[in-house]
Design a protein around this ligand. Structure first.
Ligand code: OGA
Ligand code: MN
Length: 284
């Protein structure tokens, strides 16, 4: 395909574009790859519908946008479904074999979060490809962190400007506190507002799932400001809600957006393949 054949259709006022005319089972030329990267920076979330990808295609598509990240945990810690995958593709699934989920993040609702915020250099982007979807729910919500920052009332923004926040994540947890007591967890510190390495714009870089507190502030004040910030950043006006179909590939930017998932029926199968892109710089 040529660059000129790609059509970008905006999916909401602030975030998301569906790209039409792209077949990710074929290698792309350099000009097309460059055009897709520019569209990604502009829209934060790219949606490619009707793809029928092999695992190799997902890995090649990942490479268009950066460097494939290794899985955060050793493969032998994962349930057995992972063994059927090419290296560094993760399953997100509620399907169970012998009662054990074959993938990560199996069930239901997830709070808003940035992937790998608990790492020192978080993965810059995530790709998620739908193999099986439930009849309803399991939608993924994306919130534009630039728009939230740009419209933040001064009484919330000013006391947080230039501050560092601490984050904590219990692997696999999807709601605050639900992973306490699990053996694997990690912590990090990053700016409350992150300057995007490529666009130079500031975005909200804390979230309801992982952020513990703002440093150098009374805990009650930190709790109050963070709660007000989350309420603002999660407003529907900054959000695109994606209703999945089999064959959808989504790509999102963890440097300037956060995402959440709605509940879905536990008795229905949901299966996604996931890759992530290495972070290129320590957040600043
Ligand atoms: C993820 C994630 C959301 C979903 O894979 O990081 O948040 O809809 N997934 O499964
Ligand atoms: Mn996620």
């Amino acid at each position: 395909m040529a660059v000129t054949e790609i059509e970008a259709v905006r999916l909401s006022p602030h975030v998301g574009a569906e790209l039409r005319g792209v077949d990710l089972t074929r290698p792309l030329d350099a000009a097309t790859a460059e055009a897709l990267n520019a569209l990604w920076l502009e829209h934060l979330v790219l949606v490619f519908r009707g793809q029928s990808l092999a695992q190799e295609d997902l890995l090649r598509a990942t490479g268009i946008f950066g460097t494939l990240a290794p899985l955060a945990r050793p493969k032998d810690e994962y349930p057995k479904g992972y063994a059927k995958l090419l290296p560094n593709i993760m399953l997100i699934s509620n399907i169970r074999e012998d009662g054990v989920p074959i993938g990560a993040l199996p069930d239901g609702e997830m709070m808003f979060h940035h992937d790998m915020l608990h790492a020192e250099v978080p993965h810059k982007g995530t790709l998620l490809y739908a193999v099986e979807v439930p009849s309803r729910g399991g939608n993924t919500l994306f919130a534009n962190g630039y728009a939230a920052y740009d419209t933040l009332p001064a009484d919330i923004r000013e006391p947080l400007e230039g501050r560092i926040a601490r984050h904590h994540y219990h692997y696999g947890s999807t709601l605050k506190g639900d992973g306490r007591g699990t053996k694997a967890s990690a912590a990090s510190r990053h700016p409350v507002f992150r300057t995007h390495d490529e666009t130079g714009r500031k975005a909200v870089y804390v979230n309801r799932l992982m952020t513990e507190e703002v440093e150098g502030m009374e805990r009650a004040e930190s709790d109050r400001l963070l709660a007000a910030l989350y309420d603002h950043a999660e407003k529907p006006e900054f959000v695109y809600e994606h209703v999945w179909r089999v064959g959808d590939l989504l790509l999102w930017d963890n440097r300037c957006s956060m995402h959440a998932r709605t509940d879905f029926p536990g008795g229905e199968r949901r299966l996604m393949w996931r890759t992530t892109l290495e972070g290129e710089a320590r957040p600043r």
